[in-house]
Design a protein around this ligand. Structure first.
Ligand code: GCU
Length: 599
């Protein structure tokens, strides 16, 4: 009997372990860097879809695309017929029956390919919200979790010459142990929300590189190049033609080469967003990029850009095109948001609360906007769930990997409004901070807090995570969620770690554009005047904040959020925008515009 039990346990353990192996071998790879400048074929456009609100497609195995074999056969699913959906794009805004849908949609795309010997092929997704299971010609090639970061699968040995079919199961259901978790104050746009590309590379190709100024140096570049393939040892050159510069190096047997050189660089800054054409060459591959150089550091209680103090005039932005009421994904969408930030007088954007599309970051950098990039580690994360630490690390890698050569990015924000009392929260986020510093020692790292009290006109910030942040980033809603406790200009501050720079990462209140007639001194009427007063008081209060290095209103545009259910004023919108969802300027906009002009 004992013998039997042991063998069952053994079998189960083996099954579990092989399951684990299968799962890990089917995980997506972290995507190669600089996808916009690769040799690629776009799979954007119309994709056929099957809507699966009850999630039965898994049981029917729709990826097999069974066809009737004999006259009496039939198959109760098919991608033929309507509807279809555009990729990239969220599905909620494309079909009215999907407006509030959170669940499974199956996508299908066919493509022709002929891969020449000596070449490799990757299937690259800019982002799929939230889970993606990917099948090629009926075979599962992998899965990915996380709605805002890129991933890829190698298809070199799997792609057929001629016609191929990709099927993706997209599941936008909220996950209890997901990043974000189940509760968040933005619209859950599901679908294949960013570009899909086939990327062809050389057998040994330049997979990744990190080329930025060494921390604290205004002329020394320190980084590395990583090649991947069966010839890992390669000569490497990094060239900047405009500077007549050529840096030579050699990879080790793991394919990594150190890059180090000095030059008189024209530094990138908001006033002069200089980018250089940088060419990275291996023996058999080459890739070009536009890279800028700047330093960002905290010295004492100040933030220094290129060694000089800078005040961060920022705006919070969600990745939503307000006019289309859809997830922003194109350059046109991105420019609507970034131009509005510029017009307000910003020199920085906080891209809340998840990594935005790559074009958004590249475009911001070109426009001279510094970027705050953030993980969707928002409020109610299940830090003690055994799977969460690995998800955090993976998402961090995906975010940093894609944008680490963008000098515009100055802050990696690793969390927003998580709570010190949540089991394992502090341990998990302290460990994540260390990992982030290890993979990118050049940028500021920060955790946004609202762990605070406000009594007797004294604002007390005590989050233990502040110790691990380069900036103390505070979300405070005095005048909206917290009524004023005294004169704004007499506010007092008690901040743990009082020597660090302080950034007000959120402040504001709600107003419906054009609502000017109701009592203007009561919050419950959502008037522009009430919001305007909050901004007047806040800008007076900013002068009381020790070591203030910048401010960031919540938020630039009104945005969709289903928890906002006041049917008179909100109608499914968070109305803290300085601009309405139609782009109209509210009174508060002018207050902040003036403040930024003077700063
Ligand atoms: C939070 C949060 C935002 C949110 C805002 C609000 O602090 O970080 O995502 O939307 O407050 O209440 O409007």
């Amino acid at each position: 009997m004992k013998q039997v039990k042991i063998s069952i346990v053994k079998k189960l353990t083996l099954a579990f372990l092989s399951g684990l192996l299968l799962v890990s071998s089917l995980s997506a790879q972290t995507a190669m860097v600089n996808v916009p400048n690769r040799h690629k074929k776009s799979l954007n456009g119309n994709w056929q879809v099957i809507l699966d609100p009850i999630g039965i497609g898994e049981w029917k195995q729709v990826w097999q695309e069974k066809k009737p074999q004999k006259k009496t056969d039939f198959v109760e699913y098919s991608f033929d017929g309507d509807p279809s959906l555009k990729v990239p794009g969220d599905f909620n805004s494309q079909l009215c029956e999907l407006t509030w849908f959170e669940g499974v949609v199956w996508y299908k795309k066919q493509f022709n390919y002929s891969l020449q010997p000596g070449k490799r092929l990757f299937l690259h997704f800019g982002a799929v919200n939230y889970m993606a299971d990917v099948y090629l010609n009926g075979e599962k090639i992998g899965s990915h979790e996380g709605g805002f970061t890129p991933f890829q699968f190698e298809m070199t040995d799997k792609v057929k010459s001629g016609n191929n079919t990709i099927i993706v199961k997209v599941n936008s259901n909220r996950q209890v142990n997901g990043l974000p978790g189940t509760g968040y104050d933005w619209f859950n746009y599901g679908g294949i929300t960013r570009d899909v590309d086939l990327i062809e590379t050389k057998e040994t190709y330049i997979e990744d590189y990190f080329i930025q100024l060494k921390k604290g140096s205004l002329n020394r570049v320190l980084g590395w190049v990583q090649v991947d393939g069966n010839q890992p040892v390669q000569y490497i050159k990094v060239k900047i033609p405009e500077l007549n510069l050529e840096c030579k190096s050699r990879t080790d047997d793991k394919g990594r080469a150190k890059i180090e050189f000095s030059s008189h660089l024209k530094l990138w800054s908001p006033d002069s967003p200089k980018l250089y054409k940088v060419i990275v060459e291996s023996q058999n591959d080459v890739v070009a990029d536009s890279i800028g150089f700047r330093t960002i550091e905290v010295k004492g209680n100040q933030v220094l850009l290129n060694g000089k103090p800078i005040f961060l005039k920022a705006a919070n932005i969600h990745e939503e095109n307000p006019y289309k009421k859809a997830r922003a994904h194109s350059l046109v969408d991105d420019r609507i948001l970034l131009n509005a930030a510029k017009e307000l007088g910003c020199n920085m954007v906080r891209l809340a609360h998840y990594p935005h599309n790559e074009d958004m970051i590249r475009e911001a950098e070109k426009m001279g906007l510094m970027v705050w990039s953030e993980l969707p580690v928002y409020q109610h994360i299940q830090f003690s769930d055994s799977l969460v630490p690995a998800k955090l690390e993976r998402m961090l890698n995906e975010m940093v990997c894609r944008d680490k050569n963008r000098c515009g990015v100055i802050v990696w924000s690793l969390s927003n409004e998580t709570y010190p009392g949540t089991p394992n929260r502090n341990e998990a986020l302290i460990a994540l901070t260390a990992k982030c510093r290890a993979i990118d020692p050049t940028r500021l790292i920060c955790h946004v807090t609202n762990t605070q009290t406000y009594t007797n006109n004294t604002f007390n910030v005590w989050d233990p995570l502040a110790k691990y942040s380069d900036l103390i980033a505070i979300n405070e809603y005095i005048g909206w969620y917290d009524p004023w406790q005294g004169k704004p200009s007499e506010t007092k501050w008690q901040i743990a770690f009082p020597d660090k720079p302080v950034f007000i990462s959120e402040f504001g209140g709600e107003a419906k554009f054009g609502n000017n007639s109701a009592p203007s001194d009561e919050a419950a009427y959502w008037t522009e005047a009430y919001q305007e007063k909050i901004y007047t008081d806040q800008t007076a209060m900013f002068a009381t904040i020790p070591n203030l290095c910048g401010v960031c209103p919540w938020i630039l545009f009104d945005y969709r959020s289903l928890g906002r259910m006041n049917q008179v004023y909100q109608n499914g919108y968070n109305r803290k925008g300085l601009l309405s969802e139609n782009g109209e300027k509210k009174k508060a906009w002018y207050i902040l515009h003036e403040y930024y002009k003077k700063k």
